[in-house]
Design a protein around this ligand. Structure first.
Ligand code: ATP
Length: 237
């Protein structure tokens, strides 16, 4: 299996707070890797550092042998890394399709995006139905789909998902994780961070457990789901 992303000895601080300490992990091509951990464990900080939004105090992040730490966030997107931020953040006052269009901003301007929209609408039929609606009128689950669709418009090689289940009803959570599996089955490599350990590990090829900024366990999704330590700490016993 070939490695797509390598995070090496990563350390990130906010002033005196050491949010991420000596973190090492890899994401191989075509995998779903889940990084699970409680509130405040440092998950979002890791994703934001990969996307170029935070500066580490130490460490390396290699994506296809390029060092992402030398690039700004726009170049990181162009090189093939797209992030779906926590809390979805769709743009209100713009239609669903205009939101999707924004996802293609790093690709050549003025290109006809008809085929790209069609691909997204195949994956998310509800977005096609609502394409001319203001994005703010979508339900939470639909907004999560739009945020994912927007990231996919950049045609990334690696999709970063920040807590896709947050704030969604159980039925929508199932649906979002089904979609993540689908997108992965079509060849997309996915790194997902989640507090919902159960769902995130169910779909994961491999997972990592993050506690207070450090990785404390790793294994296949199935192994972690079956682990007593993970069950006690994250799955209610
Ligand atoms: P959550 O699930 O709440 O998003 P998380 O695992 O993603 O949690 P982070 O948001 O990465 O965790 O936060 C890690 C630590 O860094 C926490 O102690 C948090 O309070 C702190 N932190 C995060 N962002 C900042 C910031 N901008 N300034 C100061 N401290 C921060």
């Amino acid at each position: 299996m070939s490695v797509l992303l390598t995070v090496e000895n990563l350390n990130v601080s906010y002033g005196a707070i050491k949010a991420v300490q000596d973190v090492n992990f890899v994401v191989n091509n075509n995998e779903i890797v889940s990084l699970i951990g409680a509130n405040g464990a440092g998950k979002t900080t890791i994703l934001r550092t990969i996307s170029g939004l935070e500066n580490p105090t130490k460490g390396r992040i290699l994506f296809e042998n390029q060092n992402l730490l030398t690039m700004n966030s726009e170049r990181i997107v162009s090189s093939g890394v797209a992030q779906v931020p926590e809390g979805r953040r769709v743009f209100s006052g713009m239609t669903v399709q205009e939101n999707l269009q924004l996802g293609a901003f790093t690709r050549s301007k003025g290109i006809n995006l008809k085929d790209e929209y069609a691909l997204i609408y195949d994956q998310f039929p509800i977005l096609k139905e609502r394409r001319n609606q203001d994005a703010a009128t979508l339900s939470g689950g639909e907004q999560q789909m739009l945020a994912m669709g927007r990231a996919l418009m950049a045609q990334p090689k690696l999709l970063l998902l920040d807590e896709p289940s947050m704030g969604l009803a159980p039925l929508f959570i199932e649906k979002i994780f089904d979609i993540i599996k689908n997108v992965n089955a079509q060849g997309m490599t996915v790194l997902v961070i989640e507090q919902n350990a159960n769902q995130a590990l169910k779909i994961a090829d491999r997972g990592y457990v993050l506690e207070s900024g450090k990785i404390t366990m790793t294994g296949t999704g199935a192994d972690l789901l079956a682990s007593d330590d993970v069950r006690k700490a994250y799955l209610g016993g």
